[in-house]
Design a protein around this ligand. Structure first.
Ligand SMILES: [Zn+2]
Ligand SMILES: [Zn+2]
Length: 348
């Protein structure tokens, strides 16, 4: 059946409107999901402010949202394992399962991937900040009825962090430092603690997120708004084993390279502004560093759902605000204010 819905749609920079839209009949293999909750991500905020994030540019109206959970309301033909009324965490990645990268076990690198609410491809794949949206059955991971939708929606950003920690290699016993204390930085902190890191230091240019990081268990927080002298002193005394660049800034990546020990590892999680940047690249050679990239996630999505369902990682501790889907523009403005927001959620 066709259905009318409303969706938080980006028409251009700073032009986010909740508009009515029409969903066609469900295609085979697809399920229709009623929105339960959605997290506003840093990339959503980049789209909101600049109509782009990194190298992905919005060319036509884009429904935002890739951290979503909801309830199955209709099943298309050729779907199995789900029933109407099931609550699901929705994996925003739809990978092909047949290309060389999928076969290699790296589906986040899939040549034919579609990702909800992303302008990485044209036409863009629409996102999940909509009262009703469609996903493949494979994208929908059933969760217990008592799990809050908000917790299920945060499986996506947690999966990003689990993947980053996997790409970091031997984190057990490691001293680590994270540049950028936003939601991804904070979830990486929780993921590193869960994986047995010896210590996690967090860096930011704002006081409020660092205070939040301490409450979440960061061993050390370093405010570099006034300069990086304190950070340089720490790093000179006891260089970190690995550094996670999550701020999405060239300065963060340069600091990450400077603060890890010889033979250390730098993991680039943040999405830098597009184009060329300057780096102290010789240090990669002279300290024999491993510089690794990490992009979205693969099977870690399912692991993230399990960790949340079993309450081994309490993602709800990050939530600082809640708005109805209809009030998405106001929610985005609140989310942009880092002095009072960590994770802002949209709810049905
Ligand atoms: Zn995200
Ligand atoms: Zn593939």
């Amino acid at each position: 059946m066709s259905a009318k819905t409303i969706a938080a749609t980006l028409f251009g920079a700073e032009d986010l409107r909740v508009v009515e839209t029409e969903l066609g009949p469900l295609a085979p293999g697809m399920v229709r999901v009623k929105f339960g909750a959605g997290g506003i991500c840093g990339s959503d905020m980049h789209y909101f402010r600049h109509a782009r994030t990194g190298d992905f540019v919005v060319k036509s109206p884009l429904i935002l949202g890739h951290e979503v959970a909801g309830e199955v309301v209709e099943l298309g033909s050729a779907t199995s394992g789900l029933a109407v009324g099931d609550r699901v965490a929705v994996n925003p990645s739809r990978w092909c399962g047949t290309c060389a990268y999928c076969h290699e076990g790296r589906p986040n690198l899939c040549e034919n991937i579609f990702f909800m609410g992303s302008a990485s491809k044209t036409p863009h794949m629409q996102g999940g900040f909509a009262a009703l949206f469609d996903a493949t059955a494979a994208q929908c991971v059933k969760v217990p009825a008592e799990l809050p939708f908000q917790a299920a929606a945060l499986a996506e950003p947690l999966a990003v962090c689990l993947h980053a920690v996997r790409r970091a290699g031997h984190v057990k016993g490691a001293s680590t430092i994270i540049f950028g204390s936003g939601p991804i930085g904070l979830l990486t902190l929780l993921a590193l603690k869960h994986a047995g890191a010896r210590s996690v230091a967090m860096v930011d240019i704002a006081a409020a997120p660092l205070k939040f990081a301490r409450e979440l268990g960061a061993d050390q927080t370093i405010d570099i708004s006034g300069g990086a002298d304190e950070l340089a002193a720490y790093a000179a005394a006891t260089p970190y084993d690995m550094a996670f660049e999550i701020s999405g800034t060239a300065a963060g990546l340069a600091s990450a390279i400077r603060t890890v020990r010889r033979g250390g590892r730098v993991i680039q999680v943040g999405n830098l502004a597009g184009g060329m940047i300057e780096l102290p690249a010789n240090a990669i050679m002279a300290k024999e560093l491993d510089l690794v990239g990490t992009f979205r996630f693969g099977e870690e999505f399912f692991e993230a759902v399990e960790l949340i369902v079993d309450n081994r990682i309490d993602v709800l501790r990050l939530v600082t605000g809640e708005y109805r889907l209809e009030d998405a523009p106001a929610a985005f403005r609140t989310a942009l204010d880092r002095s009072r927001s960590v994770k802002v959620m949209l709810t049905a």
